[in-house]
Write a protein of this length. Sequence first.
Length: 172
Amino acid sequence: MAKNKKSKGSVGKGKSKKKPEPGFVPVSENRKARHRYEILDSVECGMMLMGSEVKSMRDGKLSLDEAHIRTKDDCLWLVGADIAHYRNAGDWNHDPRRPRKLLVRSREYDSFAGRAHERGLTLIPLRVYFNERGIAKCVMGLVKGKKLHDKRETLKKRDTDRGLRRAMRHRR
């Protein structure tokens, strides 16, 4: 006669990851963007994808490291994003580096695309995720490149904040 043992999870020691919002499934985040650029504004937009791309993204096979957004014929295009092949797609697989159309409202397009043509401003993807309905969304940011001294200043501020938090934690 076997006894039913209830497994107990971790008791709370150790670090836990941030839990995503209900219905929010993260796919990829452009972490380098926060270091390289000053983010002025952001907007959420939809993506036109093929079926094998969606399946591959659900497996987390998306890289935004070299991605940027271009305007062409009054449309926004995600260029340079790498969605790996979906191995079960067979002959109907997609091109991993093809440009993908982004879907935004006309008001948002006018404001973002118009400001992106200003000197020194760029459109880049910040994050890609699936919303609660299972639709792929991309958060697009209007950014300005940081200079080297700005990057150093950000690192210095982060280090001092970390030191202050550590001191407050050990003081208790």
